[in-house]
Write a new protein. Sequence first.
Length: 277
Amino acid sequence: MDDLRPFLRRRPDGRCRLMGILNVTPDSFHAASRVDVDGAIERGLVMWSAGADWVDVGGESTRPGAAPIDSVEEAARVVPVIQALRQANPDGLISIDTRRSDVAAAALDAGANMVNDVSGLRDPAMESLVIERGCAVCIMHMQGEPGNMQQNPTYDDVVSEVYESLISTANKLVSKGHDSAMICLDPGIGFGKNLTHNLELLHCRSNSDYSILWGVSRKSMFNQLLGREETDDRLAGTLGVAAHAMLEGVDILRVHDVEAHNDLLTTLATLRPELNS
């Protein structure tokens, strides 16, 4: 793919781009999303055929309370999948969901196009890697670490604090020569936020010129909001947020259920032609 920049922005008809979640893990919070290497390759291809713009490959669970794994194990999970997906679809867009610069480097070498970093480039070497490779990058906000992030998260003004942090990190990349159109920002719903924080963040899209990504798919906020304890029962709530995201001008949605989201957004684009950019 020669120019990734259009794929970090919503489609011309107003639809959000879709990023399919591909968890090569034994412990991700949504059990139905867990696959081994062979299953991951098949599922990634299905996601593209169902309408995904991106396939996001992750080898470490970052659910609340998750225990970290080392980079050797993480790379061993994701690199073969990325290599196989790239071979099967030379033009497919692939992101690597990792906090570690060495895993990100191996993934980019294997054919990934984007680094999706839930820690917001806390690894000092990650910033250098992104600039050196000129790759797309998603910078996510997280208060704390996965093991402790949901232990009484506190903000004075969650929207201002989250986006000021994200924009500061993005601006630093741009000041060092990275293309601003190759950066997207993720407010990190459920990562060091309670339900009130999450809803405040979902009530507004940042006024920043950077691309915006939301990841809310089947998260625990739907248990708190709707009483849906099982992740299998959270699709309706997730789709409700997806419709809202499109109306808010969000650029990318990171989702488990690509086909359902594609159907929803296509229908909404047909009913609301004024959303066409």
